[in-house]
Design a protein. Structure first.
Length: 265
């Protein structure tokens, strides 16, 4: 019985950690996107993960960043297991899986596949988009909660910590935006404004509406790409759980897309 309890606990921890790895382009957990085909804790405590992407030709840069996220997630597991990660149905799957088997780091494998790409710059671009998407969700949530624009732009970290939202996108993004702010500005003072631009500039209250319009464009693009990825994956693998009425670009523009909820673990 105790062994079963340990196994269940490890299985839940494995999925929780994998849920911390995001699709870098969409800023959504790879587990919610359905990219983790299988994640299993073996009897000896080792871990096996099968990973797949929505199309055969998905950018190797995206594949690298996600697989690197999987590696970091597995390295954070409390029992420090040996693990094996296998990429399926991708144009570079053989090269990637051979490299992993040979003990090469993901960075070394993809350096050979995308030698002319500055992955640091790619990663930074995606971090910027994620920052803006999370920020926009929280800003909209605060407005809906009845705060005025001057109150919002003057909010510091302690005030942000006690802000409350109804269940939905703003509540989901609240801790994620805080994490993005502290990652971007690790030396930020607690009494400094929590809402600044990616470059660290103050947002005047009378400019908040225009700034939100800019952020909205980022969000619409990311959400539409997310719907496209899910649709491609569902079509490719003939998945049976396709939800009727997959949102269209018009739905995103008109804010008619319901928030997605994470799977219960």
């Amino acid at each position: 019985m105790a062994t079963a309890s340990v196994s269940d606990s490890r299985e839940k921890e494995l999925w929780r950690r994998l849920g911390e790895a995001n699709d870098p382009e969409l800023d959504e957990p790879i587990t919610e996107m359905g990219f983790v085909e299988r994640a299993e804790v073996k009897g000896d405590g080792s871990v096996e993960v099968d990973f797949r992407l929505p199309t055969y030709w998905c950018s190797p840069n995206f594949a690298f960043l996600m697989l690197d996220g999987v590696r970091k997630a597995l390295d954070r597991l409390s029992w420090s297991p040996a693990y094996a990660v296998k990429l399926h149905d991708h144009m570079f799957a053989d090269e990637v899986n051979r490299g992993i088997q040979a003990g090469k780091a993901f960075g070394d494998i993809f350096a050979e596949l995308a030698a002319d790409t500055d992955l640091g710059a790619v990663r930074e671009t995606f971090r910027m988009k994620a920052f803006k998407r999370r920020q926009e969700a929280v800003l909209r949530g605060l407005r809906q909660h009845g705060l005025t624009d001057p109150e919002i732009v003057a909010m510091d970290l302690p005030a942000y910590a006690v802000a409350r939202f109804k269940p939905g996108e703003a509540a989901k993004q609240k801790p994620r935006y805080r994490a993005a702010v502290l990652e971007r500005f690790p030396d930020r003072r607690t009494d400094g404004p929590v809402f600044v631009t990616w470059e660290g500039r103050h947002i005047p209250a009378d400019a908040l509406s225009a700034y939100l319009a800019e952020l909205r464009g980022v969000r619409v693009n990311m959400e539409f790409n997310g719907a496209l990825c899910r649709g491609l994956k569902q079509t490719r693998y003939k998945e049976l759980d396709v939800v009727d009425g997959e949102p269209t670009l018009v739905d995103f523009i008109m804010d008619r897309v319901p928030a997605r909820s994470a799977p219960v673990t």
